[in-house]
Design a protein around this ligand. Structure first.
Ligand SMILES: [Zn+2]
Length: 198
């Protein structure tokens, strides 16, 4: 199976900026994606849409083309985009997952992701505020099935604008715990896809 793993933003676009500019979302997204890739690449092909040190912008269209199998790439089996959230109210925190609305495969992955994150959150040092699982009907480019032709999910691992959550998202324990839950979700879901459940 082949996964396109997409660390959101990068290049000239830092994404959300936290802690007075000292922490950038593009960096947190890449840390998680690199860890997840190393956990699953012995079992499945994993391609990152961007890499450490890349200065040029990686357009949303190019990310989607990698999944669709254009520009010399094979068509992937799944697309997963990793982001961190922000909000003007620093009290807001929690985990969110979005999937391509109407796509059963993507909805199944999103539900499994939510379950696994909630599960680790019950036992980890940090207890998540579990927010919604949402079908995205076109508002998010990488989940819009007008553009992307493979099942796609986007996760928001938490709000860097909340001090407590930022501490969890920037510590090794938090990042490793989250990476394991994400990798586990991919492995379990790909097993279901190989069995023909989706
Ligand atoms: Zn983002």
């Amino acid at each position: 199976m082949e996964l396109i793993l997409d660390p959101g933003h990068g290049g000239p676009d830092p994404g959300a900026v936290y802690a007075g500019g000292t922490v950038k979302e593009e960096y947190l997204n890449l840390v998680i994606c690199n860890r997840v890739k190393s956990l699953i690449e012995n079992y499945h092909r994993v391609l990152l849409t961007r890499y450490w040190g890349k200065k040029e912008e990686t357009s949303l269209a190019d990310r989607v083309k990698m999944a669709n199998g254009i520009n010399g790439y094979m068509k992937a089996d799944f697309f997963l985009s990793v982001h961190h959230n922000s909000f003007s109210d620093s009290n807001v925190k929690g985990f969110e997952v979005f999937y391509t609305a109407g796509n059963k495969n993507a909805a199944g992955f999103a539900a499994r992701m939510y379950y696994n994150i909630n599960k680790i959150s019950q036992t980890a040092d940090y207890k998540y505020n579990m927010r919604e699982i949402k079908g995205s009907a076109g508002g998010l480019y990488v989940l819009n099935d007008f553009y992307i032709t493979v099942p796609a999910v986007l996760i928001e691992l938490g709000f860097g604008t909340n001090a407590e959550e930022l501490a969890w998202l920037t510590c090794a324990t938090g990042q490793i715990t989250l990476s394991y839950a994400i990798a586990r979700t991919v492995l379990e879901h790909f097993w279901e896809m190989q069995k023909g459940t989706f």
